[in-house]
Design a protein around this ligand. Sequence first.
Ligand code: ADP
Ligand code: SF4
Length: 578
Amino acid sequence: MKRIAIVDNNKLKDMALKKHIQSLCPVNRTGSDCMYFEDSKLLIDENLCIGCGICTKPAPEAIHIVNLPEELKKEPVHRYGKNEFALYNLPIPLNNKVVGIIGRNGIGKSTALKILTGIIKPNLGRPGREASYDELIDYFKGSEAQGFFEKLKKGEVRISYKPQQVDLIPKQYKGSVRSLLQKVDEKKELQRIAEVLELKEVLDHDISKISGGELQRVAIAACVLKKADIYFFDEPTSYLDVKQRLKISGFIRGLVNRNTGVMVVEHDLILLDYMADLIHLMYGKPSAYGVVSQPKSAKAGINVYLSGYLKEENVRFRDQAISFEARPPLSSRKEDLLTEWNAFRHKLGSFELEAGKGNIYKHDVIGVLGENGIGKTTFVRVLGGDIKGHELKGLMISYKPQYLESNDELVMNFLQEAIQKYEVQLIRPLELKPLFMRKLSELSGGELQRVWIAKCLSQDSDLILMDEPSAYLDVEQRLKLGRIISEILKITGRSALIVDHDLLFVDTISDRLIVFEGKPAVHGRVTGPFPMEEGMNKFLENIGLTFRRDDESKRPRINKPGSQKDKEQKRRGNLYYA
Ligand code: ADP
Ligand code: SF4
């Protein structure tokens, strides 16, 4: 059996511990150098290792011995270093197509894009030795990738790339948004693109002063202003609100033509489905190895992803299939009332929030949809009493804010209640154990989010308020999150109000919907809670789209604007599922 060994020497600082681990290896005990040192790094010779796993016991976070699927016959396309992450196969961009990539964090999506865009020179599994174009062409002989590298070699492919981490842009560029975009404006289309991406108002703002959502759109603008044959977008919708996400997805779709292709990494399944013609799935073990599947049609690819099983490759990457209910929950349930609020207005500087009368039942899950800057967080903070005047009295509320605070507290202490009460329901599915000994301030965005979700769901309360729990989570974690929340609410009988921009997530967990209307930064109006169907109809009417259910997986899909189904559903006023 083929296997790889991963050693994260950054997590393994203590020399005495490393020596101890080395002394445990049965192969070393017979006199061979299976575990050896290089520049004081502990390394494993994968040809000698027998896969006994003894060395992983004292350092489960740092050392992983992983058996590879049988069908991986070739060497990896790239390996970051000895005993480091390995990527197998590559996704291939095509003219006139949007090719999507879907997979967990740490599975190698960005690595694959960086190879195709030339940022990383692949080494065909030999760290420290870049492969030449001819070697790559030879390695990929007979596949689509061969043609791609042949064109790349001849300098026939121009490439433009929107990186994942837009928050790094202000560290690299200084000055105004306009000056940044002018520098890259090969197409001389700055005005038009700024208009389409709603950036006109921030053109003269300093790049360090704009919001995450604005930065994302600036990065997308910079990418498309360049003349290129292939445009790469690594997670183009993070920080964007639901309306902008839909708009940007349509915009990205619109970039392809006979001479132009697009490749996109995306965790929001509804958007990926809407954007992509073809999809590559990525599977493997995060931080150890990742494999790119053959391309599939978008519809089939997403259904295969949900099923958790790749037939052609004979690989199961999830224990269970993920399924959706065929119908939206029927009309609102007349159950016990938990709480209600009277109509109110609240002014915050020049912004005014206006809410009609509303209520929350016991065991009620209310999804909240609306643009950025329209008052969703303000509304939640008012109900929670964080902003005084109209709080829900006599209720114990557990709140997860949008912006997560962190300090030097250990995760283990922060999550005491969750560890004591909900090991099975929260700690395990959110994969929190490996984080216990870390400080909150050392966690990545997605790790901090998972910790806060566990904290919020484990606290004693009557009502759970969550602001954007899906932010920074990958597709797998988002799909899981819906089930985790539903499960906890069922056990505890609590109700929840959940603000989020991932429509599949909101659709899966909600019994009812609150929809915001108004003008961002000026006024916001809270309408609802509505029964699901009525709320979605109201929301979709605002953005001009219609939804149907996939006949196989029953997941929601956006109808292509102007398609038969789209027109028919609009005519009948039935925007949310025919
Ligand atoms: P994804 O985009 O799917 O989240 P990445 O391609 O960013 O995944 O990362 C895949 C793995 O490669 C991760 O475990 C990451 O730690 C590792 N990795 C990324 N960049 C480097 C690097 N420069 N050196 C070593 N390892 C890296
Ligand atoms: Fe040695 Fe076993 Fe670890 Fe391989 S898995 S390095 S053989 S201890």
